[in-house]
Design a protein around this ligand. Sequence first.
Ligand code: FES
Ligand code: FES
Length: 157
Amino acid sequence: MPQTELISLTVNGEPVTATVPVRRNLVDFLRNDLGLTGSHVGCEHGVCGACTIEVDGAMIRGCLMLTVQASGATVTTIEGLADSDRGADLRSAFEARNALQCGYCTPGMLASALEYVEAGGAADKAAIREHISGNYCRCTGYQAVVEAICDVIEGTT
Ligand code: FES
Ligand code: FES
């Protein structure tokens, strides 16, 4: 019988209380227990960025954080960002620039892009590439992603 713990947190503005195995990571909890499948799982080793989500205002790897560590935290997934309209300009720019193909990396990529834009990042393609370097994409070659982020910063979307 796995050890469990009762936790409470806020997910996309809603209070959540659950009893979870202490070894369950946060992205698995969000996907499998709460049905929030917008956060993807790729490597499960903190490398690919597919699981990037916001916890207490910081973008983190959902595969590297245990759910019990998020007790008391405020978590926002791609679904929450969409509901609150945060990043709507980025989503439009990604669509306009065709900055996604299979879409597997896209929720994490959008989260990292939003972190950059909301921090006041410059429309500097090298700096943007550096910022999203922890989000792997196997389809786009990144150029359209970088241009979409630049468009948002420059207000040309
Ligand atoms: S699944 Fe978390 S970084 Fe790859
Ligand atoms: S769009 Fe397919 S991995 Fe990025």
